[in-house]
Design a binder for this molecule. Structure first.
Ligand code: KE4
Length: 428
């Protein structure tokens, strides 16, 4: 592969954009090397600035579940554009997509659209605090809920103490209200509840973790969390920015048959446009302004172009619900065959997968929490990443990220991925 144009573009970008990117993970700091600039995409493929194509396992970090530039989404958005870009008024389309979401997801009555997953999760926390009149929240190490201050927290010393900021600019005042538990470790959650009786507004988690790599919940973990929240009159928030309309049409709530109190969305519900949302039963959601007193707002929330892209994407998923099984099956085949390739070569590997999300962790047999993920062999992953990139396969540029399978990744793409992976191990 040649990267001359990408290299030139990256030099230019760094003059005007911090790190040359508008989101840090894109800068390849985790895997090393120069980021590849993309200029177009279609189906399962990205095309870079040098005109080279790649099988895409990022799919814009989840949104492009149908594959890139689906003709029906393109047609619908093109048509919508002719009616104008943004009004800042209510529109019928916002009710249509809200009805589609409420009708597709168990256990929710109302939904508020925002412009990103960060905004959805930030607002969900504020709503939970307003609804419960409590200040503290519990999150899990390794789970990412966007970059609002309450979430940029690392574990304090011992589970009973407060969190600490993990970014400059986050105050201790904010950090003290966020407590860190360990994913898949119920005892760590129980301890926090015991040490903070009556003070926890919400527990927030990714029901299938995707931001420490893919880490599924252990059996009964979600059920027991639900019971702990009920016992402590604490709201359970499912951050379904990744899993919403990917695990199933009804997301992780349907997938695991667990009811959360507030559910956040992003990615797929925008079909590639900037959209987030948070939802729940009316008794909780009606605390939101202007109905209630918990304030939240957004100039471009419910923007007609973004809504059209999202509505069309969700409608296509609803019309063809077989997609969820198809992309899950593709994920299972990839996982099984890759594991066989690495193990045949004597390479220790754990490939976590759940629905159509997966992550390859080298040098370990099990990854059930963030510590396990951190102990994996990320150097070997980085070599794997670059070997596949050189051979036209684009993985997420970090061993702590999840591969997102789209409906356009078919037999040919799987076969090529397996073939290049065989070449990779033969060269080790
Ligand atoms: P955004 O603000 O990036 O739309 O959503 C934040 C967010 C919230 N919750 C979950 C479970 C998420 O995965 C995300 C964002 N995911 C990352 C991927 N690790 C987006 C990629 C990026 O940061 O550039």
């Amino acid at each position: 592969m040649l990267y001359q144009r990408s290299s030139d573009l990256f030099k230019e970008a760094q003059k005007y954009i911090p790190g040359g990117v508008n989101s840090p993970v894109r800068a390849f700091r985790s895997v090393g090397g120069t980021p590849v600039f993309m200029k177009s995409a279609r189906g399962a493929y990205l095309t870079d600035a040098d005109g080279q194509t790649y099988i895409d396992y990022i799919n814009s970090w989840g949104p492009m579940i149908l594959g890139h530039n689906h003709p029906k989404v393109l047609e619908a958005v093109t048509e919508q554009l002719k009616g104008g870009f943004s009004f800042g008024t209510p529109t019928e389309l916002e009710t249509e997509i809200a009805k589609l979401i409420v009708g597709s997801v168990p256990n929710i009555d109302k939904v508020r659209m925002v412009n990103s997953g960060t905004e959805a999760c930030m607002s969900a926390i504020r709503l939970a605090r307003g609804y419960t009149a409590r200040n503290k929240i519990i999150k899990f190490e390794g789970c990412y809920h966007g970059h609002s201050d309450s979430f940029l927290i690392k574990a304090g010393s011992g589970a009973a103490t407060f969190g600490n900021p993990n970014s400059p600019g986050v105050t201790q005042g904010t950090a003290q209200d966020t407590l860190l538990a360990k994913y898949n470790d119920l005892e760590s959650v129980r301890l926090i509840f015991e040490n903070n009786p009556g003070e926890i507004a919400a527990v927030i988690l990714e029901p299938i973790a995707g931001n420490m790599g893919c880490v599924p919940p252990k059996k009964d973990f979600l059920e027991e969390l639900r019971l702990l929240c009920d016992k402590n009159r604490t709201l359970l928030i499912f951050d379904e920015v990744m899993t919403g309309f990917r695990a199933k049409m009804g997301g992780a709530q349907e997938f695991f048959n667990i009811k959360a109190d507030i559910i956040t969305y992003g990615k797929v519900i925008g079909g590639g446009m900037p959209v987030g949302a948070f939802s729940g039963r009316a008794e909780v959601m009606d605390h939101l302004s202007p109905e209630g007193t918990v304030y939240q707002a957004g100039t471009l929330s419910g923007n007609p172009i973004a809504m059209r892209a999202g509505f069309t994407t969700l409608s296509l998923l609803k019309e063809d619900s077989g997609i969820f099984d198809r992309i899950t099956q593709t994920t299972q085949i990839l996982t099984k065959e890759l594991k066989a390739i690495f193990e045949k070569a004597g390479i220790q590997v754990c490939i976590n997968h759940c629905s159509s999300m997966m992550t390859v962790f080298f040098g370990t047999d099990e990854v059930s929490n963030f510590d396990d993920a951190a102990n994996a062999d990320h150097d070997l992953f980085n070599k794997y990443f670059h070997f596949l990139l050189e051979n036209g396969i684009y993985l997420p540029p970090s061993g702590y990220e999840t591969w997102f399978i789209s409906d356009c990744i078919k037999k040919d793409e799987v076969e090529k991925t397996l073939d290049i992976s065989r070449k990779f191990v033969s060269g080790l």
